[in-house]
Design a protein around this ligand. Structure first.
Ligand code: SAM
Ligand code: SF4
Length: 363
């Protein structure tokens, strides 16, 4: 069926229409939706795709999220911390390869040894690169003081996925205890934005018990919150986690991928000038998954530049791609992949969220 997207989008995209488009099982309509999202991105922020070199700093985690392969309860994981000199080497690699931006991600640790280490790493990276790299942190929930300290020492962006905007679903995928608290997570996100970070969040798509209403609400949560960046990906089971037991009631992987692409496209239409990442989990389901994300309106890709010897132990879900590839191999492959998706890799550009800049200039 051919839909008149021009007509549909003339009026503001409301929640009923979003839910309808998400639930629509029609390949031709999905293609039109992706084309419209691409067109909107190209018209508003261009077709440039920004790179964020991902460094998986540590897989030690004090939390026990039911879905995550590196949860503290998984005793099969060999835990690691990448020493400072190797992190610095990775940062240097990003700079030399003109990435302009890195993401430092880890399990959630709140002890002073960890939080001070991150502060000192930020200083060292800043000195080494003369502050030429923009740094995103993704190290979970921390106190406002710790967020402030990291911001003051050179982190410009922070990624903290809300995982789902539905409180009841949140407690189906996390233990219900003070360490895993929906309100604390929301407050942490508020605190990041208040401090001045370019603030990113996201959700997983295809979770057991997740409904089209939940996904629609997630998109409007991003909009109402005024989020600057989003990374959404399909949920993928890890066999050593409690949530994997619910596989029978989950959508097949291919459908999770298609739903993720629709979520990206709809978000692009709802928030045309934010940064949207095409996540690694998409590539896990389909070798061309990340290109499809770009073709559905995303504009950020995160090449993994973690040294190979650590990568295999940052196994969030089954089948994570490129585990045996050194960073330089990954770079060549990403360059080619973005070109294939019709995008253009934006080397040497920080690629700040335009929406963030717009909201800052209003203050
Ligand atoms: N520990 C920090 C946190 O949770 O915010 C950052 C690292 S955590 C590994 C980054 C993200 O990985 C989580 O926010 C979650 O959305 C995603 N993730 C974890 N397990 C996953 C799975 N099985 N499938 C897809 N994404 C997963
Ligand atoms: Fe830890 Fe983050 Fe995994 Fe939760 S999602 S177990 S906080 S690494």
């Amino acid at each position: 069926m051919i839909y008149d997207f021009e007509q549909i989008l003339k009026s503001e995209l409301g929640s009923e229409m979003v839910k309808y488009l998400l639930s629509l099982d029609d390949e031709a309509a999905a293609k039109q939706l992706f084309a419209k999202a691409r067109e909107t991105r190209d018209a508003v922020i261009g077709n440039k795709v920004y790179l964020r070199g991902l460094i998986e700093l540590s897989n030690r985690c004090s939390k026990n999220c039911y879905y995550c392969g590196i949860r503290s309860g998984n005793k099969n994981v060999i835990r690691y911390d990448i020493p400072d000199d190797e992190v610095l080497k990775a940062a240097e690699f990003a700079l030399q390869n003109n990435y302009a931006s890195i993401v430092i991600q880890s399990g959630e640790l709140n002890d002073k040894t960890f939080t001070k280490r991150v502060t000192s790493l930020l200083q060292k990276i800043g000195n080494l690169t003369q502050n030429q790299l923009h740094i995103t942190l993704s190290c979970g929930e921390q106190s406002p003081d710790v967020y402030r300290q990291w911001f003051d020492n050179g982190a410009q962006r922070y990624l903290l996925r809300i995982e789902t905007s539905s409180e009841s679903l949140y407690y189906k995928i996390h233990p219900n205890n003070p360490k895993h608290n929906f309100t604390h997570r929301l407050n942490a996100l508020e605190s990041l934005k208040g401090i001045g970070y370019q603030t990113g969040t996201g959700i997983m798509i295809g979770l057991p018990y997740q409904t089209f209403d939940d996904l629609t609400n997630d998109l409007f949560f991003f909009k109402d919150f005024g989020i600057h960046m989003v990374g959404m990906g399909p949920y993928i089971e890890h066999p050593d986690t409690p949530l994997a037991k619910f596989s029978k009631i989950m959508l097949p992987l291919q459908q999770r991928l298609e739903l993720t692409l629709k979520m990206i496209a709809l978000l692009r239409l709802l928030m045309p000038d934010i940064n949207i990442a095409s996540t690694t989990a998409l590539q896990t389901i389909d070798p061309l998954g990340r290109e499809k994300g770009i073709a559905a309106g995303a504009n950020v890709i995160m090449p993994n530049i973690t040294p190979v010897k650590y990568k295999e132990n940052y196994n969030l879900y089954e089948g994570k791609p490129c585990l045996d590839e050194e960073p330089d191999q990954c770079t060549t492959c990403i360059d080619m992949r973005v070109k294939l998706a019709g995008g253009e890799v934006a080397y040497d550009q920080w690629g700040d969220s335009k929406f963030y800049k717009r909201s800052q200039s209003k203050q």
